[in-house]
Write a protein that binds this ligand. Structure first.
Ligand SMILES: Nc1ncnc2c1ncn2[C@@H]1O[C@H](COP(=O)(O)OP(=O)(O)OP(=O)(O)O)[C@@H](O)[C@H]1O
Ligand SMILES: [Mg+2]
Length: 270
């Protein structure tokens, strides 16, 4: 029901008190500088934004604009040079061990362009891995694996090896692995980048179903305006900064509007 979800209600332009929106991630003044041999690269420059519970947000930007770096900061894979991150309103102390590992384990699911499945493990064992690392009892793991493989429509493949699957099927398994620990935040870096158009459609439809049914918060990095049109809104990055944004209206013009903004940014007009 639309009315049970304050965010969706907001998306339908019915005003709701902002206090009803749960701020899952707040990024504040985030800057990341890399030291190369002869020069510095500023991959992120004073980035500020908030992501709400149940939102799907797309990050678009030219190559080298800082998109993957941003996901690494949110996923506590690497630490920013300055700035901070708040998780559900609380300042998160996630950039030192053991907090970083615990934060990733309890909060983040990651999906990559190249799937990153372990090739010697079956589908079921790949998906089970995050729970095995948590020492969950075997019976419980099996139940959860079956549940999540059913969700991504891959249950009948549970004893197969990744090499026996198509790209789209491998990405379904990777999504199942990312979701099995029920992380509040799903991060996806070009999840459809290695897939053809039809397979991209089925993966996007799957992500959208997961978003709607599970109120799953997700951030998807993409070069593709069509992929970005599935999100609730799009943040455009250029040279490490957010330079524009677009709220999808869920009509046939979204892709064109996103593409137009993206072209302007690539031309350096923004
Ligand atoms: N580990 C690193 N060490 C040094 N420089 C890095 C590192 N990671 C990223 N960079 C630099 O930071 C900048 C942003 O890189 P990033 O990978 O975030 O871009 P991106 O937007 O994901 O690009 P693409 O669309 O090509 O994946 C680039 O100039 C890159 O060379
Ligand atoms: Mg990248």
């Amino acid at each position: 029901m639309m009315t049970s979800n304050p965010l969706k209600t907001m998306m339908n332009n019915i005003p709701v008190p902002t206090s009803q929106l749960i701020e899952v991630i707040q990024v504040k003044g985030m800057t990341k500088t890399f030291q190369h041999e002869s020069h510095q690269v500023t991959a992120l420059q004073d980035v500020n934004f908030t992501i709400y519970q149940g939102e799907m947000v797309a990050i678009m930007g030219t190559s080298g604009s800082g998109k993957s770096t941003l996901l690494q900061m949110i996923g506590a894979i690497d630490a920013p040079t300055s700035g901070q991150i708040l998780i559900r309103g609380e300042q998160a102390n996630i950039y030192q061990e053991p907090q970083a590992t615990l934060f990733r384990r309890d909060n983040i699911g990651f999906v990559f362009q190249s799937f990153e499945l372990l090739e010697d493990l079956t589908v079921a064992d790949n998906v089970a891995m995050p729970l095995i690392l948590q020492d969950m009892p075997h019976k419980e793991i099996e139940t959860r694996v079956n549940e999540v493989l059913t969700q991504v429509e891959m249950l009948q493949w549970r004893t197969h090896l990744p090499a026996e699957l198509s790209g789209g099927q491998q990405q379904r398994v990777a999504i199942a692995r990312a979701l099995i620990a029920r992380p509040p935040i799903l991060l996806a870096d070009e999840p459809t980048g290695a897939l053809d158009f039809n397979t991209t459609n089925t993966i996007l439809a799957l992500l959208q179903t997961i978003q709607t049914k599970k109120q799953q918060t997700m951030i998807i990095v993409t070069h593709d305006a069509y992929v970005a049109s599935y999100a609730d809104r799009v943040l455009f990055f250029h040279d490490g900064r957010i330079v524009d944004h677009y709220d999808n209206e869920r009509n046939e013009y979204d892709v064109g509007h996103i593409l137009e903004k993206f072209k302007q940014i690539a031309r350096g007009d923004v």
